[in-house]
Design a protein. Structure first.
Length: 373
């Protein structure tokens, strides 16, 4: 039995008692209870009739800690609501509504962690000031989904004294060298990796003269750098010590990809990938890669180093403080290990990003390019 029905029943009981015992003093509370209960029930019923609430569709994605706009529209019934609350799962607490409440409300919410979020519909609860009558109005829209993307943070020079910008030069602010410059500097000498048709303007030292002599076809040597010298970011999600540590590693991988792509391009290998995914300066592939980073979960085994072998640099990002021992042999342009600062590995930090520290694991010696006879 609702409170309104109970109040009405009590009013009737008082009215009967007053009549039976000829007690006029019982008539006043009896009539008051009947008027309040019936009035509250009628007002709430009319306010709920035709009322509705809907959450307008917002962006399908949002980065961690960024403001996500929530716009909720309410539709009044026959009468404006005497009172009530608007309950939305995206809100920390229900919002009070009343006769003067605006029909459209805009609220900003923030998400602290990446991942897929299910957006349950909002609910409008209408009641009188005494809560004698209560009606619930379900939202008009169906449940939706929102993808929270990992936050992208700047890559900082040692000590956090500024951003190691992709475009910085060795003689830039404070004489700090850019991260891309450190990686490219180790791969200045490149291997030759097969042949391709001659292109006008190619230096004579790159022309494969034995092939020209034997077949008469002009061909040139192709540099390995043109195929796989771009820095490779590998995300290792193997048995992270905590969810926060894995989130920090994912943020670091996303931040490094953006940083390196602005400097000319890179590649990203995620858990379960068979081959790296390239990311160019135009960022055409970034929305898909960013969404995949948001859904990374803990893995049981490390990415195979054979697939991470590069002529350029390899940046191994993990939630654990240990890196594969043979990582330096997989990188012709140098290997870096990035892990949360709480599990800082040995070696002088080359940069920091998203609460992680990156240091060089070892120096791989690049093979010298042979000169054509």
């Amino acid at each position: 039995m609702s409170r309104a029905a109970g109040a009405a029943a009590l009013g009737v009981a008082l009215l009967v008692a007053g009549t039976a015992f000829d007690t006029v003093s019982l008539y006043v509370p009896a009539v008051a209870l009947l008027v309040l209960s019936v009035g509250a029930a009628v007002w709430v019923t009319l306010a709920a009739h035709g009322a509705g609430v809907a959450r307008l569709a917002g962006p399908p994605t949002v980065e961690e800690d960024q403001a996500y706009p929530v716009v909720v529209e309410m539709r009044h019934g026959v009468l404006p609501p005497p009172g009530g609350t608007l309950a939305d799962p995206l809100l920390d607490a229900p919002v009070a509504v009343g006769p003067a409440t605006r029909r459209r409300m805009r609220i900003e919410v923030r998400f602290a962690r990446r991942g897929r979020r299910r957006l349950e519909p909002a609910e409008l609860v209408i009641f009188d000031p005494l809560r004698l009558a209560v009606r619930r109005v379900a939202a008009d829209d169906a449940p939706g989904e929102l993808l929270v993307l990992p936050r992208v943070e700047p890559v900082l020079a040692p000590g956090g004294g500024g951003s190691a910008a992709a475009g910085a030069t060795p003689g830039g602010s404070g004489g700090r060298e850019s991260l891309r410059g450190r990686m490219d500097g180790s791969a200045a000498e490149l291997d030759l990796d097969g042949l391709r048709p001659y292109r006008p303007g190619t230096p004579a030292s790159r022309i494969h003269w034995p092939k020209v002599a034997s077949g008469g076809e002009m061909v040139e040597r192709r540099l390995t750098a043109e195929s796989d010298s771009a820095p490779l970011v590998v995300l290792d999600a193997t048995k992270p010590p905590s969810e926060e540590a894995l989130d920090m590693a994912v943020r670091a991988a996303a931040s490094l990809c953006v940083h390196l792509a602005r400097g000319g391009g890179c590649a990203l290998m995620l858990p379960g990938d068979r081959r790296p995914s390239p990311l160019g300066p135009d960022f055409a592939a970034w929305p898909a890669l960013h969404a995949r980073l948001a859904l990374v979960e803990a893995a049981g085994s490390r990415p195979p180093l054979a697939r991470a072998k590069r002529a350029g640099s390899v940046i191994w990002v993990s939630a654990r403080p240990d890196a594969p021992r043979d990582l330096p042999r997989s990188a012709g342009g140098g290997a870096f290990h990035v892990a949360p600062a709480s599990g800082l590995h040995s070696g002088r930090a080359a940069f920091s990003v998203a609460g992680c520290m990156g240091s060089r694991v070892g120096r791989a010696v690049s093979a010298r390019a042979g000169r054509a006879a």
